[in-house]
Design a protein around this ligand. Structure first.
Ligand SMILES: [Zn+2]
Length: 467
């Protein structure tokens, strides 16, 4: 599992001041104290945006993007003057993911999942989520949170990674988490502020602020709770009622009233793409844009298992930030999956039931184990593979071999491939790194195809480790 790094731990501060003398005055919100500069917000957000965009598949549809951008611009223009930062650069992009979620980064970058747009029942509901996100940015909640020391978390993994002993803390120079991304989880106090300011922005932009409350209902009904928007933006008590109470104090700017027929057209357009992958699927597949993908949605790409024989020509590849070099057939390609790296021929790789599946290929990884003993560490690794895989069997015992000039163990496993239903052999070769971690190579091919053995031997012999 990836480590959840806690940058800073902080305290909370209630910053909402109610105005008891005026029943009809909107709630006044104040900034929390913040030791960071506005420029820090911008810098932090820019870094995080770069990271996010290297990992999330953006929907490459200019019609949809510019529509969302248009709604975003309208909301940004409606931020009350005291919370406007001219230095901030708000922009809006659509992530091609099914999860009902959205996130905004300090200084203005904002990402709305396709699932959020598809789940919303009106443009107002979608705008509600965006206004809420914009409020976190305008109130500088990320750096305010860091100032107070509360969790400003960097969640490793788009949606957390499948729990194995692989990767994990202390992986060091080898296998740096390729999916570290900044996602903020705010306190309930900050959530209330973002709801209240969000409602105010909605009204000023010509949207019914009650649509923000409605959207939270919609998210709940459609299961955006676990791992989705509501876990990043936990609901304060009476969220729905609180927003509606605020809405009663607000006058919607009817001059800015919005024709939401565009929204129906955009939803229709999105439906034409078929179902978007989930964040978990995106992470498991380890690739943002599958080969041949044009429309923004991932094709159903279960591996066919029909592959070419390995080329006799090999190319040397450096993986794990230069920690390991290996030669692989020149007609194979590299697929990064979590903390492991696969080399596979075309047709041997894909997803099946949301899981990454490989029919032929070699994989390398580093495991965090509890044992300094190679054999028991290897057994731990096998146990972790066996979790959720009832067809995996060890076949024969451990044999001694060498890997990168060091003592290694060789084990053979058998399995039934999830996608093809064919029996397959899995060779597992393990050795220890100087820091005690387990380094392993896996070679997979169907049982009746021996043509890959030579390639696997050659790959195994080519491995060099710099630890
Ligand atoms: Zn929030």
């Amino acid at each position: 599992m990836f480590k959840r790094q806690t940058l800073i731990v902080w305290l909370t501060l209630v910053a909402i001041t109610m105005m008891p003398f005026s029943a009809l005055a909107q709630t006044q919100i104040k900034y929390h104290s913040n030791k960071y500069s506005v420029q820090d917000d911008i810098k932090l957000g820019r870094q995080a945006a770069q990271e996010a965009e290297s990992q999330f598949p953006l929907l490459r549809d200019e019609t949809v993007r510019s529509y969302v951008e248009g709604v975003g611009r309208r909301l940004v223009a409606a931020i009350p003057p005291e919370f406007q930062h001219p230095e901030f650069q708000y922009y809006f992009k659509v992530v091609n993911a099914r999860d009902i979620n959205a996130f905004a980064l300090p200084g203005g970058p904002m990402y709305v999942n396709r699932g959020m747009i598809e789940a919303a029942r009106s443009e107002g509901e979608m705008a509600g989520v965006m206004a809420h996100e914009i409020s976190h940015v305008a109130l500088r909640h990320g750096t305010a949170q860091a100032t107070k020391g509360q969790k400003y978390s960097i969640l490793g993994g788009i949606a957390g990674i499948a729990g194995t002993i692989l990767g994990g803390p202390g992986v060091g120079q080898l296998a740096q988490a390729p999916f570290a991304v900044y996602l903020l989880k705010f306190s309930r106090e900050y959530e209330t502020e973002a709801d209240v300011l969000g409602a105010q922005i909605m009204a000023r932009a010509g949207y019914d602020p009650r649509d923000l409350a409605n959207m939270f209902r919609t998210i709940e009904q459609q299961g955006g709770g676990g791992g989705g928007f509501l876990s990043d933006h936990p609901s304060p008590t009476d969220r729905y009622a609180r927003i509606n109470r605020e809405a009663q104090m607000l006058r919607v700017n009817t001059a800015a009233n919005r024709d939401s027929r565009d929204f129906a057209r955009i939803q229709e357009r999105l439906r034409g793409y078929g179902s978007a992958p989930t964040m978990a699927e995106i992470q498991r597949s380890g690739q943002r844009y599958p080969v041949g993908e044009q429309t923004g949605n991932l094709p159903d790409n279960a591996p066919t298992g029909r592959v070419s024989y390995p080329s006799n020509r090999y190319q040397s590849v450096s993986i794990f930030n230069g920690g390991v070099s290996v030669s692989v057939p020149s007609n194979w390609r590299q697929v990064n999956e979590g903390n492991s790296v696969w080399f596979v021929p075309e047709g041997a790789y894909g997803t099946y039931n949301g899981q990454a599946v490989y029919t032929h290929g070699a994989s390398f990884g580093v495991g965090q184990t509890n044992s300094r003993n190679l054999q028991s560490a290897t057994q731990e690794l096998i146990n972790s593979f066996a979790q959720g895989n009832n067809n995996l069997r060890t076949s024969g015992g451990y044999q001694r071999t060498t890997l990168a000039g060091r003592q290694a163990l060789w084990t053979t496993l058998t399995n039934i491939n999830e996608a093809t239903g064919r029996p397959e052999n899995i060779r597992l070769i393990t050795t220890q790194l100087r820091n005690g971690q387990l380094f392993y190579m896996i070679a997979v091919a169907p049982q009746n195809e021996r043509g890959f053995d030579t390639a696997f031997d050659q790959i195994l012999r080519s491995v060099r480790i710099n630890d």
